[in-house]
Design a protein around this ligand. Structure first.
Ligand code: NAP
Length: 311
């Protein structure tokens, strides 16, 4: 049986991947979208998106993703669950291992996004799913009537803290410095909220409760005075940013020191036919709309690349 070679495979089903899928599908390239281990990407675990153009009242992240997916499906994009085990980009067509299957493709769009970052404390890792979480929208519900902490000083931490006030009676926001990366509007909202208490210049030494398999508190250290203190909490939420999901391509395409894919002219990697878009290559803007923008660019470049080679 003749081996099927796809025109394009899109790795990732967040805003970048799905926008690439719309454009590639409308160009009749029948893209295959590998959905990855977090289908829908970060938007699928966020709440109200207020800054995506076209929704003056805002739109829920999962709904926005669902809409874009429907739009891509309408033009013939195909979707497959599962994530990439390995990729061989050294020869054309590229070979992608997904489970027991090998998929061959002339072009690849990497839109694998970024995943939540952890502090890396053994106690934190031991309590993931037992009170430690990186997803307020997924797990907030379990903390109704309880006191919790959120770690971080960026927009993610502010958003999580604000969202968690729906459930928790008190949210302590712990930040390692006294300067914030969060946008002015988000910081102001969080600071003005009566259920949110800010603790700056504070680091977490240990999450307590490993023996009981549930979070009981956190051991904090003041970075100015060096004093330690126990904060009694039932939930511990990380809001400290994300890691790009590009490690599996190390050695085949260029990554920067933090693991982001290095691109030129927005979406070109150093391997002809391999393009990258969205949070996996954007360490600067990291917005849904910029991810959609580079997703569009990647698909247009795929089309051009294939056209130039007679496809
Ligand atoms: P971020 O802006 O990089 O902020 C990460 C925060 O976590 C920083 O305050 C950082 O502290 C802290 N942090 C990192 N590693 C830490 C560690 N090991 N221990 C303690 N603290 C640590 O990431 P983000 O908040 O996820 O935002 C990323 C992008 O998405 C931004 O462009 C943001 O605007 C956007 N975003 C927007 C919205 C919205 O508009 N609704 C919501 C979420 C995210 P330092 O400051 O000390 O480095």
């Amino acid at each position: 049986m003749a081996e099927t070679i796809r025109d394009t495979v899109i790795l990732g089903s967040g805003c970048a991947g799905l926008t690439a899928a719309i454009y590639a599908a409308r160009a009749n390239l029948k893209p295959l979208v590998l959905e990855g281990h977090e289908p829908g990407g970060q938007l699928s675990i966020t709440t109200l998106v207020e800054n995506f153009p076209g929704w003056p009242e805002g739109i829920q992240g999962p709904q926005l993703i669902e809409n874009i997916k429907l739009q891509a499906s309408r033009f013939g994009a195909e979707f497959q669950m599962g994530h990439l085990a390995s990729a061989d980009l050294s020869k054309h067509p590229f070979a992608l291992r997904v489970g027991a299957e090998t998929i061959h493709t002339r072009t690849l769009i990497i839109a694998s996004g970024a995943s939540a970052r952890w502090l890396g404390l053994p106690s934190e890792q031991a309590l993931i799913g037992h009170g430690v979480s990186s997803c307020a929208t997924c797990d907030g519900f379990f903390f109704s009537g309880k006191e919790i902490a959120v770690i971080g000083g960026g927009d993610s931490a502010m958003e999580e803290a604000l969202f968690l006030t729906r459930f928790a009676t008190k949210v302590t926001l712990l930040h390692r410095r006294d300067q914030f990366r969060a946008s002015h509007i988000m910081l102001e909202r969080a600071m003005a909220h009566p259920q949110i208490v800010f603790r700056t210049n504070t680091v977490v030494e240990e999450v307590l409760g490993v023996e009981d398999k549930e979070v009981k508190g956190a051991r904090l250290r003041d970075t100015v005075t060096g004093e330690e203190e126990i904060l009694p909490i039932s939930g511990f939420f990380l809001g400290i940013g994300h890691e790009p999901n590009a490690r599996m391509f190390a050695g085949q395409i260029d990554l920067d020191d933090d693991g982001y894919i290095k691109t030129t002219d927005y979406v070109f990697t150093r391997v002809p036919g391999v393009f990258a878009c969205g949070d996996v290559q954007d360490r600067r803007y990291r917005q849904a709309i910029t991810a959609a923008g580079t997703g569009c660019m990647a698909a247009l470049e795929v089309e051009k690349y294939l056209e130039e080679r007679g496809r």
